[in-house]
Write a protein that binds this ligand. Structure first.
Ligand SMILES: N[C@@H](CCC(=O)N[C@@H](CS)C(=O)NCC(=O)O)C(=O)O
Length: 287
């Protein structure tokens, strides 16, 4: 690999798998399955295939919120997809997500199974299925969906941009870190100004917009993502901090963030979840 300051792109790009990056073993320039592997299935109508990264946590928080709100039909099996071992390229997983990324959901409650991929689509699908956490009034719904799609468009700058170059890239490239730090601080300011006006992201009520945004930006300001709280001076975003702490104290959020988690504090990990009692087999975290 050439030095960051001396690289000059060739006329035609070629794939060099050993680029030294943290995810070099799974990154590749083509789609589709690499091997035959069927997905496991449990007893509940909803089958989730995921990992406890922020995109996965969005969905497990939603499912735990639905269950806590009394929607028994939201019972689910959460199966672990180890992306660092290439599970997302197994044929069964690619059948339900042709994009080979967690999270993916299979709803078997109807006559035909329904697959849903992309975390934002899964949140909206579940919100509509259960009539919960998305407003029905046109103006409130538009605000909620605007913030949901804001998250889907913005978080890649935080994860794939800032997080990648600040925490994972084999070389610390000042240009890349500056570019994405500036954008992430701008995004935090967007959220801070919004949360200065309202208790939750889309207004007074807690919605799927909060559930989409908290696992990324909430965990970032709480110091749980990339170890970047000091670097980003997150205390400046005091309305985001207030909201992040308020959501962190919710039991369904604490549960959701543990599901499919395989890293960090062992007491917070629940690699697979097949029953609510699974949480009791492990130490309950303190908020
Ligand atoms: N836009 C997608 C992004 C999903 C995504 O990037 N998932 C990552 C983990 S956070 C993944 O599965 N990466 C595996 C890979 O890139 O091979 C969503 O929100 O569902």
């Amino acid at each position: 690999m050439s030095d960051a300051s001396s690289y000059s792109p060739p006329r035609v790009w070629t794939f060099k798998s050993a680029n030294g990056g943290r995810f070099a073993n799974i990154n590749r320039p083509v789609a589709g399955p690499t091997h035959d592997k069927q997905l496991p299935q449990g007893r509940h109508p909803l089958q989730l295939y995921s990992l406890g990264t922020p995109n996965g946590v969005k969905v497990t928080v939603m499912l735990e919120e639905l269950l806590a709100a009394g929607h028994a039909g939201a019972e689910y099996d959460a199966w672990l997809i180890r992306i660092d071992e290439g599970d997302q390229f197994g044929s069964g997983f690619v059948d339900i997500n042709p994009n080979s990324k967690i999270p993916a959901l299979l709803d078997r409650s109807g006559t035909q199974p329904i697959r849903v991929f992309e975390s934002g689509a899964i949140l909206l699908y579940l919100a509509e299925k259960f009539g919960a956490f998305v407003p029905t009034d046109a103006a409130a719904r538009a605000e909620c969906l605007s913030w949901l799609f804001w998250q889907m468009g913005s978080a890649p700058y935080l994860g794939g941009g800032f997080g990648h170059f600040y925490a994972y890239a084999p070389q610390k490239i000042e240009y890349a870190i500056d570019r994405y730090t500036m954008e992430v601080k701008r995004q935090l300011d967007v959220l801070d100004r919004r949360l200065a006006q309202s208790r939750h992201i889309a207004g007074e009520d807690y919605t799927i917009a909060d559930m989409a945004i908290w696992p990324w930006y909430g965990q970032l300001v709480l110091g749980s993502l990339y170890g970047a709280a000091e670097f980003l001076q997150v205390q400046e975003y005091r309305h985001v901090m207030r909201w992040a702490k308020e959501l962190e104290a919710r039991v369904p959020v604490q549960r959701g963030r543990r599901v499919n988690r395989t890293f960090g504090d062992a007491a917070l990990q629940l690699p697979e979840r097949h029953d609510a009692s699974d949480f009791d087999k492990f130490v309950t975290p303190q908020a």
